[in-house]
Design a protein around this ligand. Structure first.
Ligand SMILES: C[S@@+](CC[C@H](N)C(=O)[O-])C[C@H]1O[C@@H](n2cnc3c(N)ncnc32)[C@H](O)[C@@H]1O
Length: 400
């Protein structure tokens, strides 16, 4: 089992680095973004490729803007960075070095210049300005790069250094508060996806921008995002992280176990641990959806492909750019090349003894936390009516 850490946000992962560091149903395969020449190959079954992995099917979050300080204070301490992690270059380094992520955006833009030529683009949450630079190079007539953290100051310099000041305007501020110098834009581009797709809730910021500024026939990139669920054997790690609390140097600390199991774990899952098929839970059409569509209940049926034990359910997402000449996108699934989003592991209280062909059925409910909209509440109902195991349970999780 690979080493795991329980960092549930890009922000936390940046903070740690500062202080010390497809498969699915059977429809979509994404090309490895490093393999430039084969990027837009789609197979007759409608699959997209990611490296040599095959997906079975295909189906969010705003960084808490209240955590993102837009003030002009350069004397920042580590405590400031804790609440303003997107101002630190470390998190941008991690995102830029995620080749699956960044190269896919680059390929989408460079291989589909027809979408950008003479078009006005809005980059929602521009960070270092990387997506704006790609768009400018692809022939956009103007790009508005909106970024609320202090990284906006760097983005301005980067744009200038690279000679794009006449095409890219960096605006420092929150999308929800800034004024654009134009009434409408033709394209909205953004990398808004959080762990478990929806954590950090930046999707709402993109939808806000779409409803305010996008022309009627305008496009949103990416325009589709899908969430999937599968089941894994994970005895070793569950023992280490969850059962550990039963006996700590001879003392019963199992009250902490209840909390530990409620926190989904963000980490990479070895594909050999996967015991069932993968189920598409939800596909969101970013160009049409309402903010409320990010809360949903979806049924699932996970059928075992071998006799094994199930310790956890695993969620992951794909994003697609369907307006490209040929479908492009990437998957964060355990059978695809790893991304910084990894996968989200939800441990089960029960160990399910499952036989090949038997199915875990149930539903997943996903909702924004009422107190903190950037947190995600998850409820999973599951049952197995098998030869060796009959079980039914409801579990609650919180991404925070
Ligand atoms: C996931 S990063 C992507 C950065 C860059 N587009 C890239 O691809 O490398 C999201 C960025 O959006 C910014 N952001 C989040 N919410 C925002 C908001 N409401 N208004 C403006 N920027 C926002 C964050 O500060 C962060 O830099």
């Amino acid at each position: 089992m690979v080493r795991r850490n329980n960092n549930n946000s890009k922000e936390q992962s940046s903070i740690n680095s500062m202080s010390s560091s497809q498969f699915q149903g059977t429809k979509t395969r994404f090309q490895d973004p490093d393999e430039e020449d084969a990027l837009d190959t789609s197979n007759p079954e409608g699959s997209i490729e990611v490296g040599d992995r095959v997906t079975e099917d295909v189906s969010m979050g705003e960084p808490d803007v209240s955590f993102v300080d837009c003030a002009d204070d350069d004397d920042k301490t580590s405590a400031d960075y804790y609440f303003d992690s997107y101002s630190h270059f470390g998190i941008h380094e991690e995102m830029l070095k995620d080749v699956v992520r960044t190269k896919t955006y680059q390929n989408v833009i460079y291989k589909n210049k027809f979408l950008f030529q003479n078009k006005v683009v809005l980059d929602v949450g521009a960070g270092t300005g990387i997506l704006s630079l790609f768009c400018a190079k692809a022939g956009a007539s103007h790009v508005y790069a909106v970024e609320c953290s202090h990284m906006a100051d760097m983005a301005k310099q980067i744009v200038e250094t690279n000679g794009f000041s006449d095409v890219i305007t960096v605006l420092k501020g929150k999308i929800e508060e800034i004024e654009l110098p134009v009434e409408k834009v033709d394209i909205i581009i953004s990398e808004w996806m959080g762990y478990f797709l929806l954590f950090e809730n930046m999707l709402h910021t993109v939808l806000h921008a779409r409803d305010k500024w996008l022309v009627n026939d305008g496009i949103v990139l990416p325009d589709k995002a899908s969430l999937y669920l599968t089941a894994i054997e994970d005895a070793e790690y569950k023992d280490d992280k969850i059962e550990f609390w039963n006996n700590v140097y001879g003392f019963d600390m199992s009250c902490i176990k209840k909390q530990a199991i409620m926190e989904p774990l963000v980490d990479t899952v070895d594909q050999n641990q996967i015991v069932t098929n993968s189920q598409l839970l939800k596909t969101m059409d970013i160009s049409k959806m309402a903010p409320g569509d990010a809360s949903f209940t979806a049924p699932f049926k996970l059928v075992a492909s071998r006799d094994d034990y199930i310790h956890a359910l695993v969620a992951y997402f794909d994003v697609s750019f369907t307006k490209c000449h040929k479908l492009m996108g990437f998957s964060t699934g355990p059978k695809s090349r790893a991304t910084h989003w990894k996968q989200t592991v939800l441990y089960l209280e029960d160990v399910l003894t499952i036989c090949e062909g038997e199915a875990i059925t149930g539903s997943m409910t996903v909702a924004q936390n009422k107190k903190n909209p950037r947190d995600v509440d998850i409820m999973i109902k599951y049952s197995l009516n098998g030869r060796r195991c009959i079980i039914s349970n409801v579990q609650y999780y919180k991404m925070r």
